[in-house]
Design a protein around this ligand. Structure first.
Ligand SMILES: *Cc1c(COP(=O)(O)O)cnc(C)c1O
Length: 379
C-alpha cells in the first residue's frame, strides 16, 4: 500500500489522521532532518534532544524541561524526584488514563481516587478535601481531553494543606489557564508525546517541565542511571531517556503546534454549534481556560448504538475511558465498588469520542454531525 496515496473513499473518516500529518511533514522536509541526525550517529544525548528541551521549556514558560522516553516515565520520575514513596498517598481523578495512577504505584505510594465533576468532567475539586489524610503528599491535576483544570483553585488547596501540585498535561500540550500554559503551574508538569497526542513523536516520548533547577537535575539523573558523571552514580536510577530521533521529530513538529491546536478548536466549535439541541451531553469548558481538544467527548445512554451507527457510515470513534480506575482489576485490592464514583462510572458507560484532529476538513466534521443528527432523527 502506498502511504502517500489519498484515502480511496473520501467518505471514510479516521479517528485521527496521522497519515495526513505525515504527508504534510514529509513535504516540509522532516525525512531529511531525520536522515541528517542518523548520519551523525549520536543516538543518545544528541543535540536535538537538548534543543527540544530548551524549546519545550520556552514554549511552556518554564525554566527547565527534562526529556523522557514516555509520559508514564515522566510521571514516575517526577514523583520519585519529589521523594514520593512507600507510606505516601497521592490524590488523583478516578476518571483518567491508568498511567496517572500507575506512576504513583510504581513509586511505592498509593493513589487515592476522586470522582469527576458532572459538568466539565475534570476532577471534582469540592471532593478533594475529603480524600486528604495525614499521608497525602501531592495532588495530580489531569487536564483530560486537553481541558485544563482550575489550576488556581488546586494551587490554593495545595498551599493550604502543604501539598505538592503535579500536572499530568499528557493530553494538553499548549492549553492555557488564565493565559498561561499548563505545565508551568505545578511543581512539575508531565507530558506525553505518544504519537496520537497533540504533539506526538514517531514512537514513545515524554518530558517534565519545572522551574526548580535542582529538581530538574535530579530528574535528569534518575532517568539516566543515577549518573553524576559518566562513571559515577550518586543514586540508583533507571534508563528512561528520550531517543535522539524523537528529539529531531519533536523539535521539527513544535512550530506547528499552535496552528494545529487552533484547528482543533475550530472543529470543536463546529461540533458544538451543529450538535446543539440534541439529547447528547457535551462537557462544558472550564472558565478562564483555553483547551486544546485532544479529544471531543460526548455522552448518551445510547453510546454503543451510536458508535455502531457511525461505524456503519465509515466514521471511527473511540471511548475514553470505559472503566474508571477505581474499578480496574489492577486496583481490585483497594476494595472499591460500583457506585463509589458515580460520575466517573456514568462517563465510562456513556462517553463517546468523536473524530478530531488538525487535518480534519470542515466537510469531514460536517459529515460526522450529519450522521449523528440522522441517528437521533431516525430512532
Ligand atoms: C498518554 C497519557 C499518559 C501516558 O503517556 P505515555 O507516553 O503513553 O506513557 C499519562 N496520562 C495521560 C492522561 C495520558 O493521556
Amino acid at each position: 500500500m502506498n502511504p502517500f496515496a489519498q484515502p480511496s473513499s473520501t467518505q471514510s473518516i479516521p479517528f485521527l489522521d496521522l497519515q495526513a500529518e505525515y504527508r504534510a511533514l514529509a513535504k516540509d522536509g522532516i525525512e531529511s532532518a531525520i536522515l541528517d541526525s542518523l548520519r551523525h550517529a549520536q543516538y543518545i544525548h544528541g543535540p536535538a534532544v537538548q534543543r527540544f528541551e530548551q524549546n519545550w521549556a520556552n514554549y511552556c514558560g518554564t525554566a527547565e524541561a527534562v526529556a523522557m522516553d514516555s509520559g508514564t516515565a515522566a510521571l514516575e520520575i517526577a514523583m520519585k524526584a519529589l521523594g514520593i514513596g512507600p507510606g505516601d498517598e497521592v490524590v488523583l481523578p478516578a476518571h483518567t488514563f491508568i498511567a496517572t495512577a500507575a506512576a504513583v504505584t510504581l513509586c511505592g505510594a498509593r493513589p487515592i481516587f476522586v470522582d469527576a465533576n458532572s459538568v466539565h468532567w475534570q476532577m471534582d475539586i469540592a471532593l478533594i478535601e475529603k480524600a486528604i489524610t495525614a499521608h497525602t503528599r501531592a495532588i495530580v491535576a489531569v487536564h483530560l481531553y486537553g481541558q485544563p483544570s482550575n489550576l488556581a483553585a488546586l494551587q490554593d488547596l495545595c498551599d493550604a494543606r502543604r501539598l505538592v501540585l503535579i500536572e499530568d498535561a499528557a493530553q494538553a500540550q499548549g492549553a492555557c489557564f488564565r493565559e498561561t500554559r499548563v505545565g508551568s503551574f505545578g511543581k512539575v508538569g508531565c507530558f506525553s508525546f505518544y504519537p496520537a497526542k497533540n504533539l506526538g513523536a514517531f514512537g514513545d516520548a515524554g518530558a517534565i517541565t519545572t522551574n526548580d533547577s535542582e529538581l530538574a537535575n535530579r530528574m535528569r539523573r534518575l532517568c539516566n542511571h543515577g549518573r553524576t558523571t559518566k562513571y559515577e552514580h550518586s543514586e540508583v536510577g533507571e534508563n528512561l531517556r528520550m531517543d535522539e530521533i524523537q528529539g529531531v521529530v519533536l523539535d521539527f513538529k513544535l512550530p506547528y503546534l499552535e496552528k494545529w491546536n487552533s484547528r482543533r478548536r475550530e472543529i470543536a466549535e463546529l461540533y458544538r454549534e451543529q450538535l446543539r439541541g440534541l439529547t447528547l451531553f457535551v462537557p462544558e469548558i472550564v472558565p478562564e481556560t483555553v483547551p486544546v481538544h485532544h479529544l471531543f467527548p460526548v455522552a448518551t445512554p445510547r453510546r454503543d448504538e451510536l458508535a455502531r451507527y457511525l461505524a456503519e457510515h465509515d466514521i471511527q470513534t473511540g471511548i475514553h475511558y470505559p472503566l474508571p480506575l477505581h474499578l480496574q482489576p489492577a486496583f481490585a485490592s483497594f476494595g472499591h465498588q460500583r457506585g463509589d464514583m458515580p460520575v466517573a462510572e456514568w462517563i465510562g458507560k456513556e462517553e463517546l469520542s468523536l473524530p478530531i484532529g488538525p487535518f480534519m476538513t470542515d466537510e469531514q466534521a460536517q459529515r460526522v454531525c450529519e450522521v449523528v443528527l440522522d441517528f437521533f432523527r431516525d430512532r
